[in-house]
Design a protein around this ligand. Structure first.
Ligand code: ZN
Length: 346
């Protein structure tokens, strides 16, 4: 499709972004052009917008960023058979190689050659986005546009929570950004006996309660370890979902886990973290696992099913809707933590 479109461009190596008029992207024979209907701001986008150390080493401005969206297929490449014009889709944001040992053994989410949409390639903070057909996930017609756009981060929550047994277990969610808030809801839906959410931000703790957390602990005002042990009859927590990235919180997570428990880490600490492997992992027999991305496409199926069945209602997490033009306001809310998910409409 020829023509121009509005797009939010990471325009320079520095703070901020700029709304520009750019060419509508061209597609190749295996790609699809999608008209973006809703797009949500991810923590990764905030890193890029703020131009932190990670983004300085990773992204190359100028380019269109953003990777969470829902939209309609408007053009397909000659070899595309999996979707048709008019389909309502979202996308897995990891573009994987399909040929490395991980991809060949069904573990595409840990592909050694992963490229991330909107980080390593052109993204979706725009009126149109061009993507490989193999990354698309078809949405049910009745799924609201904003809900469909946040399936990707919800997939992180689902992947983390459901990486081991949850039913009947006590679950701690440490760090209540939008993914942590959704993790509380997913754990509840999966039959957790008790979900305890930890954060420093009361606004976000309230959202975690709205999503189903049984107890919330403001770690700045109460001792998180004391609370975790009090709430589990002194036993400690069975499953810890670490989503804060904070060194002290990571240590608290290991210490609040009960012997034989699971600690699943989705967060990305900016620096190496010192931990007591001897006492806090080995002698406790903990399982500590890293979680990255979403299983393709097992996690997408779980997300879709949890939403369609009503087992998880993510509407409390979506706190703001703004036109793309008001992106500055959206990023400011994200930086201050005064929001759940912020959805932009191109
Ligand atoms: Zn691969």
């Amino acid at each position: 499709m020829n023509g121009k479109m509005k797009a939010l461009v990471k325009h320079r190596r520095g703070f901020g972004a700029e709304l520009r008029i750019v060419d509508i992207p061209a597609i190749n024979e295996t790609e699809v052009l999608i008209k973006v209907k809703a797009t949500s701001i991810c923590g990764t986008d905030v890193h890029i917008y703020s131009w932190d150390a990670w983004s300085q080493g990773r992204v190359n401005p100028p380019y269109v960023f953003g990777h969470e969206f829902s939209g309609e297929v408007v053009e397909i490449g000659d070899k595309v058979t999996s979707v048709k014009i008019g389909d309502y889709v979202s996308a897995e944001t990891h573009i994987v190689c399909g040929t490395c040992p991980q991809c060949l053994t069904g573990q595409g989410h840990i592909c050694k050659n992963t490229k991330i949409i909107g980080v390593d390639t052109q993204g979706c903070f725009a009126e149109y986005v061009a993507l490989p057909a193999g990354n698309l996930w078809k949405n049910p017609a009745e799924m609201p546009l904003d809900v469909a756009s946040i399936q990707e981060p919800m997939g992180n929550a689902v992947h983390t929570v459901l990486a081991g047994e949850v039913t009947g277990k006590t679950v701690a969610v440490i760090g209540c950004g939008p993914i942590g808030i959704m993790a509380a809801g997913v754990a509840k839906a999966a039959g957790a006996a008790k979900v305890i959410a930890f954060d420093l931000n009361d606004y976000r703790l309230k959202l975690a309660r709205d999503m189903g957390a049984d107890y919330t602990v403001n770690s700045g005002q109460e001792d998180p370890l004391e609370q975790a042990y009090n709430l589990t009859d002194g036993n400690g927590v069975d499953v810890v979902c670490e989503m804060s990235g904070h060194p002290a919180a990571i240590n608290q997570g290991l210490k609040m886990a009960t012997n034989g428990g699971r600690v699943s880490i989705l967060s990305l600490p900016v620096k190496p973290v010192e931990i007591n492997i001897t006492d806090d992992i080995v002698f406790k027999g903990l399982t500590v696992q890293g979680i990255t991305g979403r299983k393709m496409f097992q996690t997408w199926q779980q997300v879709s099913g949890l939403l369609a069945s009503g087992q998880v209602d993510v509407t409390p997490v979506i706190t703001h809707h703004l036109p793309l033009e008001e992106f500055e306001k959206g990023f400011e809310l994200m930086i201050k933590g005064e929001c759940g998910k912020v959805v932009l409409t191109p």
